[in-house]
Structures are given as structure tokens and as C-alpha cells.
Design a protein around this ligand. Structure first.
Ligand code: C2E
Ligand code: MG
Ligand code: MG
Ligand code: MG
Length: 292
């Protein structure tokens, strides 16, 4: 009976697995052609300089809007896009679109930076650096206005930092493009990456943002969370890297980050990711805008 039950469980497990695989391949089928059908959209979330709380940049974040359906968030399709390799053309499209939009803002004298997420698969392409230069050239965006966001996992393939990815990043930085480590402190984090990789900025993962104080009656954020954020900012500063805090949702978090010397912040406290036109409106507003 135990054997039979075990067999039944295996069957259930196999069924669940193949249903999951089926769901992924269905997503892949619908995603193929999404570029041609104009279903992909780039949203832009403001990056705010903490010293004066001006909008000095944006992060480009992809959305998928199939006709007649609700908008799909990246967590729902980026993994399938990575598995299938579709992330390569999709990532290139996001890069080109982001450069075009922000180059247009530059022509209107809003010289902000744009931060674009890059998947591991893209960095393994032999012509990745050439794709970036082409996007910059065609859009007219200066190289120094582009930040590429990589995750620590991006650089690790079977336990080894890939030479190809490093060479691309070095080439790009040689031409003024900046590199940020995204979601720092999560996943395959290693402090050594900050020392060894060709990077310019560290993005502190939103999971490190302190919540409301745990101690009733005490003001100020949870001391453990504060210690962690301070350690990351001090480490980055010691290595001459810029710091960007993500997932900032409260005034208390902003005040703490300013006190600890964090350079920039991004989060719902300031603004959600917005369509290009709405982000452009913020740039021209008195409260947010910065003219260079
Ligand atoms: P990420 O690069 O770490 O981007 C930050 C995510 O945090 C975004 O989610 C953003 O909307 C969200 N966020 C911003 N402020 C707050 C806040 O105050 N609170 C909370 N709870 N969340 C906040 P989104 O847009 O859903 O993107 C999720 C992830 O999908 C991104 O994480 C990134 O890893 C990936 N992604 C998005 N666009 C692209 C892309 O063009 N290419 C690649 N390869 N990955 C992308
Ligand atoms: Mg990012
Ligand atoms: Mg991030
Ligand atoms: Mg994150």
C-alpha cells in the first residue's frame, strides 16, 4: 500500500510539473511576437537624488499588455523569457526604447540618466556591447546617461564569473556607460563582487528598507535594519561606489537614508513606475524637475 501511495504521489508530482511546464510554454508562445504586435511597454520610475530630492533619473521597467487583457507584470513573464531565450530580443528592444525616450528628454534639456535591467542571457551574447553602442548611437543618448543594472547572479555561471560578461562591462565602462549591481544583499550576494567587478553603483534591495519601529514608544527605525542599511552604504562609499535605495515607501525611510549618506532613492513614496508621458510631466514640474 505504501508503495502504491508513493507511486500515486509521484504521478501527482509529475502531473503538477508537466502542468507547470505547459503553462511556461504557453506563456512563451504568447510572448513570441509580442514585440511585433506592439504589446510591450516600457514604464519609467523616478530616481530621486536625496540631497535635494530632485528627479535625476529613471529606471526602465517592462510591462506586457496583450490586446483586451489586463497588464502583465515582469515577474509573470521574465522567467519564461529567460528560459526560452526570448529575453535577448526583448531586452534589446527595452534598451533601444529606453534610450529613445530619454534622449528625447535630453533634447528638451532634461539631462537625466536611465537605468536599464540586463538579463544574464544578454550579457552572454557576443555582440551585447555592440548592441548597446548601437542603441546609444541611433538615439543620440550620451553613454554617461545610461546605467545597466545587473544582478549578482548575472555574473555567475556554474560558480564562475563569466569572462564574456566582464569583458562587455569593461568595454562599456571604457566608453562612459555606468553599471549598477541590482538587488544587492539578496541571492548570490558576495561582498567580493563589489571589490572585483567593474561597477559604479550599488542598488540596495527593498527587503532591507526598515519597517516601522518594533519597539512601542521608541522613535526611529528598527535598529537591526538600520545597522544593515548603514553597513551597505558605508561599504559602497569606501569602495567609491554610488548608492541607490529601492522600495522606499515612507518619509522615515527617506530621512534615514539621507542621514546615512545614501545618494539616490526610488520607490512608491516618490512615485510608481509611470508611462513615458507621465514621467516626462514630472520632469517639467517645479517640485520634481531639474534642468541641466
Ligand atoms: P527590479 O529591477 O529590482 O525593479 C524594482 C521593482 O520594484 C519593480 O517591480 C518596481 O515596480 C518595484 N518597486 C518600486 N518601488 C517600490 C516600492 O516602493 N515598493 C515595492 N514593494 N516595490 C517597488 P517590477 O516593475 O514589477 O519589476 C520586477 C522585476 O522584473 C525587476 O526588479 C527586474 O528584475 C525585472 N524586470 C523589469 N523590467 C525588466 C527588463 O526590461 N529586463 C529584465 N531583464 N528584467 C526586468
Ligand atoms: Mg532593476
Ligand atoms: Mg532592483
Ligand atoms: Mg529588487
Amino acid at each position: 500500500a505504501a508503495k502504491a501511495a508513493g507511486r500515486d504521489q509521484m504521478t501527482l508530482f509529475d502531473r503538477a510539473l508537466s502542468e507547470k511546464k505547459l503553462a511556461v510554454s504557453r506563456t512563451v508562445e504568447r510572448l513570441r511576437g509580442a514585440i511585433d504586435r506592439d504589446e510591450l511597454i516600457v514604464y519609467f520610475q523616478p530616481l530621486v537624488r536625496l540631497a535635494d530630492e530632485r528627479m535625476t533619473g529613471v529606471e526602465a521597467l517592462i510591462r506586457w499588455q496583450p490586446a483586451g487583457e489586463t497588464m502583465i507584470a515582469p515577474d509573470q513573464f521574465i522567467p519564461a523569457a529567460e528560459d526560452s531565450g526570448l529575453i535577448v530580443p526583448i531586452g534589446e528592444w527595452v534598451l533601444r526604447r529606453s534610450c529613445e525616450v530619454v534622449a528625447e528628454w535630453h533634447r528638451r534639456r532634461h539631462a537625466v540618466v536611465v537605468s536599464v535591467n540586463v538579463s544574464p542571457r544578454q550579457l552572454r551574447e557576443t555582440d551585447f556591447a555592440a548592441q548597446v553602442f548601437s542603441a546609444l548611437r541611433d538615439s543620440g543618448l550620451p553613454a554617461s546617461a545610461l546605467i545597466l543594472e545587473i544582478t549578482e547572479g548575472v555574473l555567475v555561471a556554474s560558480g564562475m564569473v563569466t569572462d564574456q560578461a566582464i569583458r562587455h562591462l569593461e568595454t562599456l565602462r571604457g566608453h562612459g556607460v555606468k553599471v549598477a549591481v541590482d538587488d544587492f544583499g539578496t541571492g548570490y550576494s558576495s561582498l567580493a563582487y563589489l571589490r572585483d567587478l567593474p561597477i559604479d553603483h550599488v542598488k540596495i534591495d527593498k527587503s532591507f528598507m526598515p519597517g516601522p519601529s518594533a519597539e512601542p514608544g521608541s522613535d526611529g527605525p528598527d535598529p537591526a535594519a538600520r545597522t544593515m542599511v548603514k553597513a551597505i552604504i558605508d561599504l559602497a562609499a569606501g569602495l567609491k561606489l554610488g548608492t541607490i535605495a529601492e522600495g522606499v515607501e515612507t518619509r522615515e525611510q527617506v530621512d534615514l537614508l539621507r542621514e546615512l549618506g545614501c545618494d539616490r532613492a526610488q520607490g512608491y513614496y516618490y512615485a510608481r513606475p509611470l508611462p513615458a508621458g507621465d514621467a516626462a510631466k514630472l520632469l517639467t514640474s517645479a517640485e520634481w524637475g531639474t534642468r541641466v
